[in-house]
Each structure stands twice: as structure tokens, then as C-alpha cells.
Design a protein around this ligand. Structure first.
Ligand code: FAD
Length: 408
């Protein structure tokens, strides 16, 4: 049985590696459109951006790994799928036969639909190439504007502010990370960033990026303001790379639709990672329904492992607890579970080390931990096991979370 994987990022690479770990001995081809060995993205907005690690430090495995594990790496772009003939057509004119095809195409950054968004000096951050361009730009930047107060924008802002650079963050919502975290966590991060010198403009829109001598020079805001900017980072979210599936007439809706076994409607085609939309009990009671698309390393790795299990004869429904982290200045944020905007909050701890427990329909659904790694680890187990925790217990510093998480 031959397996072809489209996308050589976190999920695609892990699928190949997990197949080999599971004893799969048949051919595996990893098709990737980035001119590099598979690498991790999280450090791009953290240690790599800050110059604390080099490109080799980003690699998911040493350069010799793929050859040693007989994983063929094709530097090409998958451009079409012939489902009847079970062939993946590549943009170099060749095609690859498959018995099982895995779509691990990830996501790409949303672009800013305003004049000037394509000027030199306007950046995004998704790939190693993007990070290299940003590292070079930061070295000579004077005024930095970040569009979007999401995780990547804020991590970038923290690295720049840490170097003493002037950073303004423009955000359409009324607080940072508004879709992803509680009011309590958002406020703490706003205050921490402001203490580093970051200036926020909330409820703000951008009408144009103005240029001077062919380079970004200022950002014009909807209220008539003008913020000097020789470096603009646009971090306004991502869209799934689902076009390959869509052209092959596989169902898509903000992601490639898969079932709990990570298969599309075509039993020979699966999808994993940022590009896939799947049902999960952890989204129960959320306004957007129980199908989600998750952009995280955890999800990419766990889905890849789960899929490798099915492809080697050990099918198990995907049921991993979602978790995520973000490093911003002196704060390490760790999130377990999935929260919605209407969820209630209970805070445990305080100051620079606290956790916010999020409740929905009377049940614990997510925990946001700031500099409290032990809470995060306990929360992952409590959520996985579906243990009951009341808001009063969560808020009680004497209540033993670890005991609840580990009790038999
Ligand atoms: P990707 O890693 O994006 O890989 C998809 C690959 O497929 C890409 O190389 C793409 O070019 C390629 N591709 C797409 N279409 C085709 C095609 N047709 N043919 C061939 N190749 C194709 N997550 C966390 O949990 N914690 C963090 O702190 C964190 N920080 C992040 C910081 C940054 C700057 C970024 C960009 C992401 C961060 N993430 C973080 C998210 C995490 O990196 C992603 O969720 C993860 O990489 C998803 O893996 P993936 O394999 O689904 O997608």
C-alpha cells in the first residue's frame, strides 16, 4: 500500500514519521512546496525571531532522517487529485499513484484588503522565508505597526518591544486575543504588553498603508489617524488550504470535512492538521457547533498519529484534548480545551501566575493558564477524563487539582 502525503509541515511530516514508527514498511512520499526540510513554525515568532535559535534548530528531525526512514521527499506542489485513478497530479507535470492520500496542506495567512498592503515593508509570518525577511527588517526598523492582536502579532510585538523598538498594535476588537481567550486573560496580556511599551489601538480599522519612496511609511486608520510605520506585520488570521480538496469535489467548509477517523468522504483520502475540520466532544455547546478546525501543533501531531494508527490497522476515533501555548514577554500562556465567547470564568491564583477556568453549560470546557504549568497539565487530564469540577472548587486554592486529575 503506498501513502502519498501532500504538505510537508508539522502534520504531514508527523504522519510519515508515525507510519514508520508503527512499522509501516511500504512506500511513503511526502510532497512539499517549501524549499526546505520539514520544520517547526512556533519558534518563527519566538526564539528564531529573537535570534536565539538558527534554521537548523527549527528542523523537525535531522537532515538524514527522511532517507534513513525511506520517506521520499518531493519538492513540488500537489495541483489536482484524480480520485478515480488514485493519482496526485503535481505542478511539475508528473503524477504520483496512491493507495492512501493524506492532505496536510495547512493554512495560509489572510491578506489585508487595503491599498498599499503589497508595499515593501509590509510583512506576514507563516514560513521560514517570512521569518528571515522579518529578522532582516527588524534590524533597521524604527516604527513597527502590528495589524491584529492575535497570538502571532502579539508574540512578534513582544520580541520587538523587548528590543526597545516602538510598536503599535491595531486591533478591530476591544481587547487582544478576543476570540481565543477570556476577558481576564486578555486584560492581563494587554497590561503586560503595555508595560513593555507596546501601544494598543482597539476597535480600530485600517484604510490604507501609505508609502514613501516605494516603501511602507505609515498606516492610515479608519478614524483618520496616521501612524508612522516602516515595518508593518499583518497578523489577521489564516484560511485553510482546502482548494486541492475542493477541486476534487470533496466537501469543504472552512476546512476539509473529515469524520472522527480523519477520513474524507473518499475512504482513500484523509486530512490532518490546520486544513481539516472535524467533530469533537470538546466543542460541545459552542455557538459554531461541534465541528472545528484547530490551528495548533498538538492537533497536527495527534491527528497525524491517530491517522497513522488507522492506516496500519489500529483505527481509533480522534479524541485528543486540544491544547496550545503562546510565549509573550514574561508570560507563558497555555490553553487546554476549547472555550467560546459566552463561557463563564473563574480565576485561580493571581498576579503573574493565574489560571482562568472556563465553564459552559455547567461543565468545565477550557483552562487558560498563565505561568502556571501545573494547572495546565492537570487541566488536560481533567478534560480528557471528563471529570467534574465545580466553579467553587476551581476557585478554591486549597482544592487539589492534581489529585482530581490523577485519581483512579
Ligand atoms: P503547516 O505546518 O502549515 O504545513 C503545511 C505545509 O503544506 C506547508 O509547508 C505548505 O506550504 C504545504 N502545502 C500547502 N499546499 C500544498 C500543496 N498543494 N502541495 C504541496 N505542499 C503544500 N501552534 C501552537 O500550538 N503553538 C504555538 O506557539 C504556535 N506558534 C506559531 C507561530 C507561527 C509563526 C505560526 C505560523 C504558527 C504557529 N502555530 C503554533 C501553529 C502551528 O505551527 C500550526 O498549527 C501547524 O504548523 C500546523 O501544521 P500543518 O502541518 O497542518 O500545517
Amino acid at each position: 500500500m503506498s501513502v502519498v502525503i501532500v504538505g510537508a509541515g508539522q502534520a504531514g511530516f508527523q504522519t510519515a514519521a508515525s507510519l514508520r514508527e508503527a512499522g509501516f514498511a511500504d512506500p511513503i512520499t511526502l510532497v512539499g512546496d517549501e524549499q526546505t526540510l520539514p520544520y517547526q513554525r512556533p519558534p518563527l515568532s519566538k526564539a528564531y525571531l529573537a535570534g536565539k535559535t538558527d534554521a537548523e534548530g527549527l528542523l523537525l528531525r535531522p537532515a538524514s532522517y527522511l532517507a534513513e526512514h525511506r520517506i521520499a521527499h518531493r519538492l513540488a506542489r500537489g495541483s489536482a487529485i484524480d480520485r478515480d485513478a488514485r493519482r496526485l497530479i503535481l505542478d511539475d507535470g508528473t503524477d504520483l499513484p496512491y493507495d492512501q492520500l493524506v492532505l496536510a496542506t495547512g493554512s495560509r495567512n489572510r491578506t489585508l484588503p487595503v491599498p498599499g498592503a503589497d508595499l515593501p515593508g509590509v510583512h506576514q509570518l507563516r514560513s521560514l522565508d517570512d521569518a528571515n525577511a522579518l529578522r532582516a527588517a527588524i534590524a533597521s526598523a524604527k516604527n513597527i505597526v502590528v495589524v491584529g492582536a492575535g497570538f502571532i502579532g502579539l508574540e512578534f510585538a513582544a520580541v520587538c518591544a523587548g528590543r526597545g523598538l516602538a510598536v503599535t498594535v491595531i486591533e478591530a476588537a476591544d481587547r487582544p486575543m478576543a476570540r481565543a481567550v477570556s476577558m481576564e486573560t486578555a486584560d492581563a496580556f494587554r497590561i503586560a504588553h503595555e508595560a513593555m511599551g507596546v501601544v494598543f489601538q482597539f476597535r480600530a480599522g485600517i484604510t490604507a498603508i501609505e508609502g514613501h519612496a516605494g516603501h511602507a511609511a505609515a498606516v492610515a486608520t479608519a478614524d483618520g489617524g496616521r501612524i508612522p510605520a516602516d515595518l508593518v506585520l499583518v497578523g489577521i488570521g489564516v484560511v485553510p488550504n482546502q482548494e486541492l480538496a475542493e477541486r476534487a469535489e470533496l466537501p469543504v467548509r472552512d476546512g476539509i470535512e473529515i469524520n472522527t477517523f480523519l477520513a474524507t468522504v473518499d475512504p482513500a483520502i484523509s486530512a490532518v492538521g490546520d486544513c481539516a475540520r472535524f467533530p469533537t466532544r470538546f466543542a460541545a455547546g459552542m455557538s459554531r457547533g461541534d465541528r472545528v478546525r484547530i490551528e495548533s501543533v498538538q492537533n497536527a501531531i495527534d491527528q497525524a498519529r491517530c491517522l497513522a494508527g488507522r492506516l496500519t490497522g489500529r483505527p481509533v476515533a480522534y479524541d485528543a484534548v486540544p491544547w496550545f501555548w503562546s510565549d509573550q514577554g514574561r508570560y507563558k500562556l497555555q490553553i487546554a480545551g476549547l472555550s467560546g465567547t459566552g463561557d463563564g470564568s473563574v480565576v485561580r491564583g493571581g498576579g503573574d501566575a493565574f489560571s482562568v477556568f472556563r465553564f459552559r453549560d455547567g461543565r468545565l470546557r477550557a483552562v487558560e493558564s498563565v505561568n502556571r504549568g501545573a494547572d495546565h497539565m492537570a487541566a488536560r487530564r481533567i478534560l480528557a477524563l471528563g471529570r467534574d469540577l465545580t466553579p467553587a472548587e476551581a476557585a478554591d486554592p486549597a482544592f487539589d487539582l492534581k489529585a482530581l486529575a490523577t485519581a483512579r
